[in-house]
Design a protein around this ligand. Sequence first.
Ligand SMILES: C=C(O[C@@H]1C=C(C(=O)O)C=C[C@H]1O)C(=O)O
Length: 328
Amino acid sequence: MHRSFNSNDCAALVVQSTLIYRLPGSPVVEKKGRFSRLDDPGAFEGFIVSDFEGNHLYGFYEGASGEEFAAIEPPVVISKSEYCDMANEFIHYLQDHSIDKAILSRVKQVDFTSNLPTFFAKLVEKYPNAFCYYFESPSLGTWIGATPETLVKIEAGRGATMSLAGTKPVADTTDWGVKEMHEQQLVTDFIRRQLIETCKHVHESEREELIAGPVKHLVHYFTFEITASVRWELIRKLHPTPAVSGFPREKALECIAGFEAHDRKFYAGIIGLTGLNSTRLFVNLRSAQLLQDQLYLYVGGGFTQQSDPIAEWDETENKAKTLLNLID
Ligand SMILES: C=C(O[C@@H]1C=C(C(=O)O)C=C[C@H]1O)C(=O)O
């Protein structure tokens, strides 16, 4: 139910945001409070969310109130044929600018009149290994997601991360193709380089498969040792990894900004918990924004110079099923 406020109402009301999340293997946490812009995330303890590029970080202050209302615009939604035209140009751009990989995303719009807490409860049950969350905020809007991708986990000086990329439907038992292995290897190589510069005792697993609901991915798992003082230096170096930006990163970011019709907002940004003793941050994938009974699902995929636009479209459709499959 949406009610409208006038400015006197807003001044008089104690407007609070709702935040609900579930770390893999932990109980659901529910809080009321206020989101505020963070200048120094290193000094903050608690839940944070950032825009895609990590430039605008917001911290959640439990118990606080007084968040300002912001006018939130729906994102631009494109059709399949518009996407395919864009994807063709995108591939040419990668070829002309010697970019190995860049992620093209889009927004899928569906009606959503279900109850949000009930929908969230289904995500929690269906995806025990995902970081599941939703928040309803007067200034940031309403977002929900179930992401399989850890950005960084740090506890007592021990860290872990992953290089997640390459996608197939979960039921596809054919071998992984050269394209998927190549796009995932670019992420692995990038992450390894960042870790070696900042951390000690970096260990890398063999390549494995990670199942994330309707899709599966390739992954290498990393572990390392890190001192608390360089936590945010590492996070800044890693994010956005080539899993959501591309490689080389700066060129890929420029390409994405030039092509994508929508603003990514919080999609593919940083989300989770930060603190001196424990940091559990994720990449905000398989996420959606709810606005006036419409759910806007943000989905993307890694393009290389060899990509096929229809196959990439299908991949975004499959990723969207993470949330769509659970809507009544
Ligand atoms: C960009 C997304 O996912 C990322 C891109 C992948 C790919 O290109 O294959 C796979 C996993 C994620 O790192 C998304 O879910 O929107």
